[in-house]
Design a protein around this ligand. Structure first.
Ligand SMILES: N[C@@H](CCC(=O)N[C@@H](CS)C(=O)NCC(=O)O)C(=O)O
Length: 211
């Protein structure tokens, strides 16, 4: 079966988060393009991998993993030499899970709702993230000590959170506070980030040319 990660994605999608993560862990991987324009994600071959018909997905050692946050956490554990997750018995492990799950359950929905101009909920208490202001302020406070979400140590949680923060600022659904700008600019200097960007841009250009 080998140790290759099969990576189903599109270069213009949340799969960018996983692409960066794959470069960080140094995993051998094969990029299988799922063209969202031609609705490859809803074709039976791909639905057999992810019945949600969404990217990204990975298959590794015969197991399918979907959901960006889960894939980042999985890859950090599957490729421990990259040291992108605190040890299982470390107190930092709790903080690491906390922000990984905050990213998927609270921060991303707050940003997407804002991007789509969805009206504020009539019952914020029933909404997982409460209100946009609380979700963004909470993250800003957590990032203030820096340089990473866990303090000194860079982790998979940073790949996930920094990607969302950058996306939020790019789509103007997140105010470009200095704490967010400094955090993303710092992490975007990482060699793995630069490798991912170069490969992703190349792939996007090839797809554009072929369309
Ligand atoms: N919760 C999923 C969301 C995945 C998702 O929404 N992917 C979008 C691209 S960014 C997609 O595949 N959209 C195509 C579609 O729904 O048809 C994750 O975190 O991986």
């Amino acid at each position: 079966m080998g140790d290759e990660v099969v990576f189903y994605s599109s270069p213009m999608s949340r799969g960018r988060i996983v692409h960066w993560m794959l470069e960080e862990v140094g995993a051998p991987y094969r990029f299988e393009v799922v063209n969202l324009e031609t609705k490859d994600q809803k074709k039976p071959e791909y639905l057999a991998v992810n019945p949600m018909g969404k990217v990204p997905s990975i298959v590794h050692r015969g197991t399918v993993v979907t959901e960006c946050g889960a894939i980042c956490a999985y890859l950090a554990d599957a490729f421990p030499a990259a040291r992108l997750a605190p040890p299982i018995d470390s107190p930092a492990r709790g903080t690491y899970y906390r922000w990984l799950f905050f990213g998927g359950c609270s921060f991303e929905p707050a940003i997407i709702d804002r991007m789509l101009s969805r009206p504020p909920a009539s019952r914020p208490g029933a909404l997982a993230y409460g209100c946009y202001e609380d979700a963004t302020e909470t993250l800003a406070k957590a990032l203030t000590p820096g340089p990473c979400i866990l303090g000194r140590d860079f982790s998979a949680a940073d790949v996930y959170i920094a990607s969302q923060v950058a996306f939020g600022m790019m789509t103007k659904s997140l105010e470009p506070r200095p704490v967010f700008q400094e955090y993303t600019s710092r992490l975007q200097q990482r060699p793995a980030y630069k490798r991912f960007m170069e490969k992703s841009d190349q792939l996007a250009a090839q797809m554009k040319k072929a369309s």
